[in-house]
Ligand binder design. Structure first.
Ligand SMILES: *Cc1c(COP(=O)(O)O)cnc(C)c1O
Length: 226
């Protein structure tokens, strides 16, 4: 058995266990395999092990991989920081964008989404830990941004994404994820109909699943150290 196959199996099992511990069905939690810095051959191997959704951070690298793997029915998610002059290839080549954090970027993605493609699925990235250095909209500005983004014709606002500050144990890890869940529920109380909470990485995804994550974004635990 290859390392990627056994890592994927172990990760899926851990997701199922965390879901069960939270009294949730594991069908509610999607695994996004984060393949940044790993070659197309590694993605191909993960596909053979049944994985179809992949996340990428760096646009140029992602576009090369998408092209090299166009024979496979993969679903590509852009999860990295977005420069507003680089939105067109994102709008053209991805099914999802998790890292929208300002209106200008959302407007450009909507305007540049090819009309023959389905609407681009987007999540708003929230700077839930309030770190100066991190991208993401401030928690108190999420409602206003969500209302603007929801009006854009070629986007489908699906939910929220976050990368909290690292914490050592599961109790600490759960605090920012619980805050995310509260923001998500507030938006749905306002009638936004969101279905996605993209949160949890290799070191903290069990905590995220406990707090309602519907997509976990996992790189290292599947592909190894970068
Ligand atoms: C790299 C990255 C991940 C995956 O991180 P791991 O710790 O390798 O699981 C998830 N989300 C984002 C936004 C990333 O940049």
């Amino acid at each position: 058995m290859t390392a990627i196959l056994s890592n994927l199996q172990a990760t899926r099992q851990a997701i199922a266990q965390a879901a069960q511990a939270a009294q949730r069905s594991d069908a509610e939690v999607r695994l996004l395999a984060v393949s940044k810095t790993f070659p197309a051959a590694a993605v191909r191997e993960a596909y053979r092990a049944g994985q179809t959704a992949f996340g990428e951070n760096y646009l140029q690298e992602a576009l090369e991989k998408i092209d090299a793997l166009r024979d496979l029915p993969l679903e590509w998610h852009f999860i990295g920081p977005i420069q507003s002059n680089k939105t067109r290839p994102i709008a053209e080549h991805f099914a999802w964008v998790h890292s929208v954090d300002r209106l200008k970027v959302a407007e450009r993605l909507s305007a540049q989404r090819p009309p023959q493609l389905p609407p681009l699925n987007v999540c708003l990235q929230v700077n839930v830990s309030g770190e100066q250095s991190k991208s993401g909209v401030a928690p108190e500005a999420v409602v206003a941004l969500a209302q603007e983004v929801a009006r854009l014709p070629h986007l489908k606002l699906r939910g929220l994404m976050s990368i909290p500050a690292p914490a050592s144990d599961e109790t600490e890890q759960r605090l920012p994820f619980a805050r995310m869940r509260a923001i998500f529920e507030k938006l749905n109380t306002l009638g936004m109909g969101l279905d996605t909470l993209s949160m949890g990485m290799s070191h903290d995804y069990p905590a995220a699943i406990r707090e309602g994550a519907t997509i976990v974004r996992i790189g290292t635990a599947i592909f190894g150290q970068r």
